[in-house]
Structure formats: structure tokens, C-alpha cells
Design a protein around this ligand. Structure first.
Ligand SMILES: C[S@@+](CC[C@H](N)C(=O)[O-])C[C@H]1O[C@@H](n2cnc3c(N)ncnc32)[C@H](O)[C@@H]1O
Length: 239
């Protein structure tokens, strides 16, 4: 899909790839499904699995390097990349983004207030967002002051549409890094949370998702956002 897009067509790549993490041993990480890794027994939902979760760490590093190289071709000079990851994959993710030619700028934290305390240990209540730019940033194009810490719970109940869904309120803050007239790309769109946030914040959005079930959920959520929230009656998504 990315290979068919022209050079310099997006301002920000904001994406949440499969972490390929979630397990104490290499075997657990590569042999269990996304559902087994990221859904607790008492989760209270039966959301389907998604693809791309069974790479070992080296394969994940190569895959991410390749796809972020292609994403850089699509991104204007001065554009930005934001990549979600967890503590285990922090190192490989920062290596991959730099190997792909991006200038690594820092690490943001998503704090999850509902995370369970663990006896005798620190609470695992943060996931991370690696951010980078495609060369120098021209701050005059988007003179924002953005925080480095974001706190919100993962959606629950009827709002939970994906196993590893990100809160729209966090995504709405993150898409501010894209200039107001700009375009956001999410090449692992899942249920479309980045896209919903981009549209709500007046940005254009290009999304790619490989698992059919979630492609349909994302298309529904984007259409609902355009039609019901933004009042655009004629809102056919470009396929
Ligand atoms: C961590 S989830 C994204 C969740 C999303 N942020 C949300 O809030 O719903 C990663 C998604 O990437 C998709 N995926 C995995 N490999 C992919 C690939 N090569 N191309 C496109 N999508 C892919 C998976 O199907 C999964 O839905």
C-alpha cells in the first residue's frame, strides 16, 4: 500500500505497530497470539486477534526499519514520526527508526491510570511513544508547545473495539504535532483511533490496516466521525 503513495504526501506518521512483545521469554512472545498476550482472562470482551505479533526481536527490527524507510519517503522534510512501543521494545524501536533515516527526538510516555499494582515490583503503567523528525523541524509551520506525558485509560465497554486500542483523547493531543492543514499517516491503523483523532482535529488521514475485521471497524469509526460528529453528510472514504 505505501509503495503506491507518492513522495512527500504526509506531514506526520503516527502509528501503533504490533509491539511483538508481551511475554517473559522469547518463546512466549513469538508463539502466543495477540489476544493471549494482551488480553487478561477477566477482560470482559471477545475482540478478535490481529496479525503481525509473532516476530522475534531481530525480525521486528528489520521489518520496522523497512516500513519506516518507506514512511520517510512519504513524509515531507521537517515532518514527524510518532511510534508506540513498550519498555521491552524501546531499544529496537529507537534503533529501527534511526536506521530508517529519521532523526530521533525523544520518548513520550502514555500513562495508564488503571494499571494494576504488582506486589514487590514497580507498576507497569506506561507505554511509550518514540518520536522523530525527517530532518530539521520548522517550528514556524506549527508553533505548538506539547507535553511529554499523556494520561488516559484504555477505552472500555462498548467503546472498546480493538485489543490494544489507544484512547482518542491521547491521540487528539498527539496529532497536534501535525500542522493544522496537514496529513497524518497510520500504517497499522487497527480500529482507527489515530484517524478519528486526526479528523476531529481537522487533519487529513491516510490509514492502512491488514486484519480485515479491524479494517471494517476503522472504516465505520471514520465514517461515524465525519458524519455524526463533524456533520459531513457526503462522506465516502477513499478506498
Ligand atoms: C497495536 S494495533 C493498533 C491499534 C490502534 N492503535 C487502535 O487504537 O485501534 C496494530 C495493528 O496493526 C495491524 N497490522 C499488523 N501488521 C500490519 C501490516 N503489515 N500492515 C498493516 N497493518 C498491520 C494489526 O492487524 C493491528 O490491528
Amino acid at each position: 500500500m505505501l509503495a503506491d503513495l507518492p513522495d512527500d504526501c504526509v506531514d506526520s506518521v503516527i502509528t501503533d505497530p504490533p509491539y511483538n512483545s508481551g511475554g517473559r521469554t522469547a518463546k512466549e512472545r513469538t508463539s502466543r497470539t495477540a489476544r493471549q498476550k494482551y488480553t487478561s482472562a477477566d477482560a470482559g470482551h471477545s475482540l478478535p486477534d490481529f496479525t503481525g505479533e509473532n516476530m522475534d526481536q531481530r525480525s521486528y527490527g528489520f521489518w520496522l526499519t523497512q516500513i519506516m524507510t518507506e514512511a520517510q519517503r512519504l513524509t515531507k522534510v521537517g515532518g514527524t514520526a510518532l511510534l508506540f512501543t513498550d519498555w521491552r521494545q524501546l531499544g529496537i524501536t529507537t534503533d529501527a527508526i534511526q536506521a530508517a533515516g529519521w532523526l530521533w527526538r525523544g520518548v513520550l510516555a502514555w500513562h495508564k491510570p488503571q494499571a494494576r499494582p504488582q506486589r514487590g515490583r514497580f507498576t507497569q503503567n506506561c507505554e511509550f511513544i518514540i518520536w522523530a523528525s525527517n530532518g530539521p523541524i520548522d517550528a514556524s509551520r506549527n508553533p505548538v508547545y506539547l507535553p511529554g506525558l499523556y494520561s488516559a485509560s484504555q477505552p472500555s465497554g462498548k467503546k472498546r473495539r480493538h485489543i490494544t486500542q489507544k484512547p482518542v483523547e491521547v491521540m487528539r493531543e498527539l496529532v497536534q504535532i501535525c500542522p493544522p492543514d496537514g496529513t497524518v499517516l497510520d500504517f497499522c491503523a487497527g480500529s482507527g483511533s489515530t484517524g478519528v483523532a486526526a479528523l476531529l482535529e481537522g487533519r487529513d488521514f491516510i490509514g492502512v490496516e491488514k486484519t480485515r475485521h479491524y479494517t471494517e471497524i476503522a472504516a465505520d469509526r471514520l465514517t461515524e466521525t465525519l458524519r455524526d460528529t463533524l456533520g459531513q453528510e457526503d462522506c465516502t472514504l477513499a478506498a
